[in-house]
Design a protein around this ligand. Structure first.
Ligand code: NAG
Length: 455
């Protein structure tokens, strides 16, 4: 009897210890320095400087000369997008880019939102800071940082930002949006040293938000942005009021997840899978495996030798557009691989797609953007942030054409305070750019839930 009581006490104590430990888990980090050479003596310049995108005749002439020198390759008959970007359709994109695309007009569009640069940990960080024109009396705007991914940029959010800062529904919350470029992307300076991963980006963005005077804020992201904002929540759970993601950061790929993949089709209830989960995760594990191999070649290259392929892309605008826009086709809807034009203009305008490409081209950031894969995967998959849960209220927007469906059960394993999990009506990987209205609605719904709880 006594032995049983002691055993019960011991188990109870162990459970209590584990629960308490997981409750207080905070991701640890140390300051970095990413500038060239050694850190200078003395204080870092912490001024915030206004920034505008600019262009020149010289830049455009150079671009056009390179486009004119592209060497077309005939695409295979009936190959659509199965061999990569269809070469026949590419000629049409290139012709539009060369003859109709108006970069100067797009530059004006980029400059419609106030942009800034400020030095953090030795490198210049570029960001938009969009304040609402008016805030309902007696309220303040809700600060929100939104973070892009690869091969996207801050431009992905241009449709979404006004929906958040100037909502048309008077019952909606009004946001103040900060939208940075990840270092090494767009107009943020690339780190000069090895090792810059999502945790470093998260730490830098916390410093940015502090420098802007925000004590607490919300965070939103997809792709790398979902992992960066997740890391922000792990680094400073008390600073991030709520986290909204439209891709689940890969949680620990442990026994429970692998067994749920292998056995979940047979025993969905056992793993907490819904009918939608089963529908999207299967028809066949084998097919899913083949799909994953087919679509992840880029990741293997970027996680190992980014500088090699990257040099070619940095020299050739056509090569760069091919590499980037193939992803906008397949990651928006994998059925678009069946189409000769990759379905690109079903969801986006060529102007918007090429503007994103031009941000990579003019800033010359493709190599540094690809390196982000090496810096993140190169440290191994078992990083502290993959082992620690998230203890900040979280909303998850589950888009039907996302690359890998994330069942609520998986998301909940990582995000212990999952307040909302929405099956979205349409959209894929580039949700903010493809479905700004839908994602704005989900951000509103989620934030209202969190705000209500706080009162
Ligand atoms: C947001 O909430 C409203 C009201 O409950 C609902 O009608 C709408 O479908 C929700 N939107 C999303 C994207 O979940």
């Amino acid at each position: 009897m006594l032995a049983e009581v002691l055993l019960a006490l011991f188990i109870g104590g162990l459970v209590y210890y584990l629960v308490q430990r997981s409750k207080t888990q905070v991701l640890k980090t140390e300051d970095g320095w990413w500038g060239a050479g050694a850190p200078p003596d003395g204080e870092e310049d912490i001024s915030i400087r206004p920034f505008e995108v600019t262009t020149s005749d010289q830049e455009l002439e150079d671009l056009h000369r390179r486009i004119d020198q592209t060497r077309p390759v005939p695409s295979l008959e009936d190959s659509q997008f199965h061999y990569g970007f269809n070469s026949h359709y590419l000629q049409k994109v290139v012709s539009y880019w060369r003859n109709d695309f108006d970069w100067r007009r797009q530059v004006d569009k980029l400059n419609q939102f106030p942009q800034f640069k400020t030095k953090i940990e030795g490198i210049d960080v570029h960001f938009l800071h969009v304040k609402p024109k008016k805030v309902p009396e007696g309220t303040t705007a809700i600060p929100l940082i939104v973070v892009h991914g690869w091969p996207g940029s801050f431009y992905e959010f241009y449709g979404l930002i006004p929906l958040l800062t100037e909502p048309s529904n008077p019952n909606d919350l009004v946001f103040e949006v900060v939208c940075p470029s990840i270092p090494g992307y767009g107009f943020s300076e690339a780190p000069h040293k090895k090792g810059f991963d999502t945790v470093c980006a998260a730490r830098i963005f916390h410093k940015l938000m502090k420098r802007l005077g925000f004590k607490k804020f919300y965070a939103q992201g997809g792709d790398w942005g979902s992992l960066v904002t997740t890391n922000m929540a792990q680094l400073e759970p008390s600073t991030v009021t709520g986290l909204h993601v439209n891709m689940a950061a890969p949680s620990k790929f442990g026994v429970s997840m692998i067994s749920s993949i292998l056995l979940g089709r047979r025993f969905p209830k056992l793993f907490g899978f819904t009918d939608v989960d089963v529908q999207r995760l299967y028809p066949a594990t084998q097919k899913m495996l083949v799909e994953t191999i087919k679509e992840s070649g880029y990741m293997h290259i970027q996680a190992t030798k980014p500088d090699t392929v990257g040099r070619g892309l940095n020299d050739s605008p056509v090569g760069l557009a091919t590499y980037i826009l193939e992803k906008f086709s397949t990651w928006t809807n994998r059925d678009f691989r069946e189409l000769e034009d990759g379905g690109l203009t079903r969801k986006y305008s060529l102007d918007d797609l090429l503007t994103n490409v031009m941000i990579y081209w003019t800033s010359g950031c493709i190599v540094s953007s690809m390196r982000f894969y090496k810096e993140n995967f190169g440290k191994g998959l078992d990083q502290p942030h993959t082992r620690i849960k998230v203890f900040v209220p979280t909303g998850f927007a589950c888009f039907p054409n996302e690359l890998l469906h994330a069942p609520e059960m998986w998301v909940r394993q990582k995000y212990s305070k999952l307040l909302s999990y929405t099956l979205m009506a349409g959209g894929g990987h580039f949700a903010a750019m493809e479905e700004p209205q839908l994602i704005a609605e989900d951000i509103q719904n989620f934030t209202k839930k969190v705000e209500k709880k706080q009162k």
